[in-house]
Write a protein that binds this ligand. Structure first.
Ligand SMILES: [Zn+2]
Length: 140
């Protein structure tokens, strides 16, 4: 028997965060062509070895879905930067420049809170981008 899937409107806030994390992670990794921002290691969509690495961790909700804060990372670099941020800081400064880096740092320290409506809007937005990518295979 086929069970009917819950629509986004029926899902809890926590579940919406999980869906958005997955959708956004795919968007970031595709944007960066599955190449690690820190060491240059290359992965593929199907092998699952690349992560969406948050410079400011996921607890910083204001930049949890921020394109300057999130970059493709291999699992090793993603783990390493939780202990030592030096490598990621250098890579980030090279990629986005000092001005954007400073703006990101300010934004990261603001509290950000998403309503269920915000999350549903973002899920739909990144889903659309991810679906477009699947049909065109090149949006960036
Ligand atoms: Zn790496």
């Amino acid at each position: 028997m086929k069970t009917k899937r819950k629509t986004l409107d029926q899902k809890t806030w926590k579940k919406l965060i999980k869906i958005l994390d997955d959708e956004y992670s795919l968007y970031i990794r595709r944007r960066d062509k599955f190449k690690c921002v820190c060491c240059g290691k290359k992965g593929f969509e199907k092998d699952g070895v690349m992560d969406n690495g948050h410079y400011f961790g996921r607890a910083h909700f204001s930049v949890r879905y921020n394109d300057d804060n999130c970059h493709c990372q291999c699992k090793k670099c993603n783990y390493t930067h939780t202990i030592d941020k030096t490598k990621y800081t250098i890579a980030l400064l090279n990629k986005i420049g000092k001005d954007r880096f400073e703006k990101l740092s300010i934004k990261a320290n603001h509290s950000g809170n998403f309503t269920r409506y915000d999350l549903i809007t973002m899920i739909k937005y990144y889903r659309k981008i991810n679906q477009e990518y699947e049909t065109k295979k090149q949006i960036w």
